[in-house]
Design a protein around this ligand. Structure first.
Ligand code: URA
Length: 267
């Protein structure tokens, strides 16, 4: 396992930091963030209500306007939901798409990862994260012992490719959010990881600054949400890969706590 983990960390370019962690306090790599493993009393921030259970210093959480999209009927099962996404014309993104990109993975996964929106390759193939960012995402998953499709579901904040790979607009995210909400309701993941700002915006209905929100636990209607950098951002900002790995370790630690809690091992 250690060899494999070393290989994966080398692959995603963070192995030196892994060694650094063993010798040096993690605070050195991220001075304003909690050390990991993160203590059980990590502040929890409640999303969607606009209220903070506990406001962490530096976190910016302002309430976004409510979603304007028509809601997705609560009774929609997977097939009907997929069909509904396929036929969606709720925003302008439908005009240039080759196809919708619904999501992929284990429909009973403990882990849900949410990205921004399909890029050119995803639009071509109909599957999220199959391009360069996807390769990095797979390596990131591997670094904490996860494999795409095994106890992991991957979805996006918007299901259609924004032209030129631009960031989806707030109205486009709002139009697509009911689909993501229904996916969450069907999967019932234990933990959600938001990859980048648009994903965090969709999940938390709030403007989030990733740098300030990292290392915090948000509560999305009973499901914890952790925020980290988007893999495409990491491909352009290699120096932040170590922080992202820290976030994944934080998520892994929280998952262990959630599972232990479910087994009655933690009060
Ligand atoms: N970036 C995303 O956010 N999602 C994808 O599916 C691909 C790239």
């Amino acid at each position: 396992m250690t060899d494999r983990r070393d290989a994966v960390l080398a692959e995603i370019g963070i192995q030196p930091i892994w060694r650094l962690h063993a010798q040096t306090p993690a605070r050195e790599a991220a001075p304003d963030k909690p050390l990991q493993p993160v203590a059980a009393q990590t502040p929890v921030i409640r999303a969607h209500t606009g209220k903070l259970l506990e406001e962490p210093s530096g976190a910016s959480l302002s309430t976004m306007p409510p979603s304007k999209a028509s809601s997705v009927p609560e009774a929609l099962g997977w097939e009907a939901l997929e069909e509904s996404v396929r036929g969606c014309t709720a925003c302008g993104l439908c005009q240039a798409r080759k196809q919708t990109v619904f999501g992929v993975g284990d429909r009973q996964a403990d882990w849900l990862l949410v990205g921004e929106g399909p890029g050119a390759e995803e639009d071509e193939r109909g599957e999220p994260f199959v391009g360069q960012a996807g390769k990095l995402l797979d390596a990131m998953l591997g670094s904490i012992g996860l494999t795409r499709g095994e106890d992991v579901y991957i979805a996006n904040a918007v299901k259609c490719r924004p032209p030129g790979n631009r960031t989806p607009e707030a109205s486009e995210i709002a139009a697509c959010t009911p689909f993501l909400e229904r996916q969450i309701a069907l999967i019932q993941p234990r933990l959600i990881v938001a990859l980048g700002r648009p994903a965090a915006q969709s999940l938390l209905n709030a403007e989030i600054k990733i740098g300030a929100a990292r290392g915090r636990l948000f509560d999305r209607q009973g499901i914890p949400v952790i925020v980290t950098y988007h893999p495409a951002y990491l491909l352009r900002n290699l120096e932040d890969k170590a922080k992202s790995w820290e976030d994944l370790c934080f998520a892994q630690d929280q998952m262990q706590r959630l599972k232990a809690g479910a087994r009655g091992e933690i009060a």
